[in-house]
Ligand binder design. Structure first.
Ligand SMILES: [Zn+2]
Length: 258
């Protein structure tokens, strides 16, 4: 298994641009550079050599740094084929086996529509770069896709191994866990995680990556079949909710106004 390490570069208000570094080589893949300046600074400071940019979806906080970045480093740009991202040189469809560079493991390109219609996620070994689809203790808003699409995408992610590392694109964990606490106030796992995350944030530390195992225990959007979550959603909406999609839809709408 080709070894790599991952570094999060904070950008904009609360985004992370992920740098995947191959072993001890200086080569890095850059994911979702919404702002090029801190990324270029991190690359130059560590004398790294970018070999590619990967984009998960078309929103400005994931793509606006791409073209200015390319003025400094001419690299190929991989991104979803069905979203309008002019800088993309290698439009992607979902596939099992994308080889970007010889120093890196090949990755699985996964269609995860919902937040946007063409959103992609990238799985390198056990590390999932999922943009704004799954957040730690939350999920993306609907900005182009449907509730059904987003739930299906999240359920696919839930089928990956429990140890899968979740590299999402925003530092939302602490705020998301406040919502988790309201949905499942009796959950010890959520309370303990919330305290731990608040401590990390008080020290200005990153809360990512999460793991799928942690998310399955603390993320209400992955727990729509749990009786406690169903009950909370039904109380909120004062209706019987007949299936998982109905529960998910109520949770997502509730969180939109939270
Ligand atoms: Zn987005």
């Amino acid at each position: 298994m080709t070894k790599f390490s991952v570094q999060g570069v904070p950008t904009l208000k609360d985004n992370y641009v992920w740098l995947i570094r191959a072993g001890n080589s200086p080569h890095v893949i850059v994911i979702d550079p919404g702002d090029e300046k801190p990324v270029i600074a991190a690359i130059q400071h560590q004398q790294l050599i970018p070999v590619a940019i990967i984009i998960t979806h078309h929103h400005y906080d994931h793509v606006d740094g791409v073209e200015p970045f390319l003025k400094h480093f001419q690299v190929p740009v991989y991104g979803p084929s069905n979203e309008l991202i002019p800088a993309v040189t290698h439009p992607l469809e979902p596939s099992d086996n994308l080889s970007i560079h010889k120093d890196f493991p090949s990755c699985q390109v996964i269609a995860v529509p919902g937040h946007t219609n063409g959103h992609l996620a990238y799985l390198f070994n056990d590390s999932l770069f999922c943009g704004d689809t799954l957040f730690s203790a939350g999920c993306g808003r609907l900005l182009g896709g449907t509730y059904s699409q987003l739930l299906t995408s999240l359920k696919y992610i839930c089928s990956l191994p429990l140890k899968t590392k979740i590299y999402c694109a925003h530092e939302y964990t602490a705020n998301n866990l406040k919502f988790s606490c309201i949905i499942e106030p009796d959950s010890i796992e959520i309370q303990q995680r919330s305290e731990y995350i608040d401590k990390l944030r008080a020290e200005n530390k990153i809360t990512l990556p999460s793991t799928l195992e942690i998310e399955l225990a603390t993320n209400p959007f992955l727990r729509c079949r749990e009786p406690s979550v169903i009950r909370a959603a039904e109380q909120y909406t004062s209706q019987d909710l007949v299936n998982e999609l109905a529960v998910f839809t109520v949770l997502r709408q509730w969180k939109d106004n939270f």
